[in-house]
Design a protein around this ligand. Structure first.
Ligand code: GLN
Length: 308
């Protein structure tokens, strides 16, 4: 069991540690609206299963979730449809960048996993199979699991990505040609870009990710959104695929299931114990937050709080 003292210790040491690291990398400028972000922003938030919270830096400021939001749409679709979703999207690491097209051609339009863009587009397609108005359902779901009714899309970011989203458009068209997309392509892309544009603070994000530490049960209400087995599976996909072709490195250095986004955020969990969210916009060449990874490595190594 983690106690208050542990976290105060982590946070205070972290503040000194951060000053020693020179952030490197680039902001995600292929989405022009995201390139306007101040690269010096930095936040960390830790939430424990027994209700403690600790934060430092800009932990209360909203940022663009981008691919982290793919975890939420997957939760909705997996919870609603169960195991059959894995017929159209796999659970293997891709070993390729998140927006790569090559593997999809070889593998006949079936994406390797739900966290690369192609896989997340298939999950968005499923949302149209399930709901009349998936956009509202998605937003309501994220508001519910975060306990924050102010969570919203950032339409400027969504439009900025849509205007430049050539690779995502290519991915979905390729999958359609293989018969792995059922609904209207433009509507799916619109939902996907809006989903990626959802904003949250590190504080909201660590709080929200407690769902995955808590075996699929919403701490606030006790509502069961995924079974224990489904949560195990979703967490294992985060572990093996959450950082694209850097998932091995993340597991090696940090040792927690987690998910990154090109907004510079990373959320990770320790089943039954705690969840952590970090935000720093400068990305390494794999599209993961440079400083975010370093900080998580520090937390789990120095304080022996990884799952391994
Ligand atoms: N919206 C981004 C994209 O589709 C998400 C990528 C990411 O965060 N890795 O390219």
């Amino acid at each position: 069991m983690l106690i208050e003292k542990d976290f105060e210790n982590i946070i205070s040491k972290l503040e000194t540690e951060i000053k020693k690291i020179l952030p490197k990398g680039n902001v995600a400028d292929y989405i022009p609206e995201l390139s306007k972000i101040n690269p010096d922003k930095f936040g960390v938030s830790i939430s424990t299963i027994d209700g403690l919270h600790f934060g430092t830096g800009d932990f209360d400021e909203n940022f663009s979730l981008q691919s982290i939001a793919k975890v939420f749409s997957l939760t909705m679709v997996y919870g609603a449809l169960g195991e059959k979703i894995w017929n159209r999207v796999g659970v293997e690491p891709s070993g390729n960048p998140f927006n790569s097209l090559v593997q999809l051609e070889y593998e006949k339009g079936v994406p390797r996993n739900p966290f690369i863009n192609a896989g997340a587009l298939v999950i968005c397609d499923y949302l149209f199979d399930i709901f009349e108005n998936p956009e509202i359902e998605l937003l309501n779901f994220v508001r519910k699991i975060s306990g924050n009714s102010n969570i919203n899309f950032n339409l400027k970011v969504a439009e900025s990505e849509s205007a430049n989203g050539y690779r995502n458009k290519a991915l979905i068209n390729l999958m359609k040609s293989f018969g792995n997309i059922n609904n209207d392509i433009d509507k799916i892309l619109d939902l996907y870009f809006k989903m990626c544009s959802i904003e949250m603070s590190c504080k909201d994000l660590s709080h929200t990710f407690l769902l995955y530490s808590n075996h699929g049960e919403l701490i606030q209400t006790g509502e069961k959104l995924l079974t224990v087995s489904q949560t195990k599976r979703l967490n294992s996909v985060m572990q093996t695929c959450g950082f694209y072709d850097e998932s091995g490195e993340f597991t090696f250095k940090v040792g927690l299931p987690g998910k990154s986004g090109v907004g510079g955020g990373i959320a990770a969990i320790h089943p039954g114990k705690y969840s952590v969210a970090v935000w720093s916009p400068l990305l390494n060449e794999k599209g993961n937050s440079y400083l975010g990874m370093k900080i998580l490595e520090f937390i789990t190594t120095k304080f022996e709080k990884s799952i391994f």
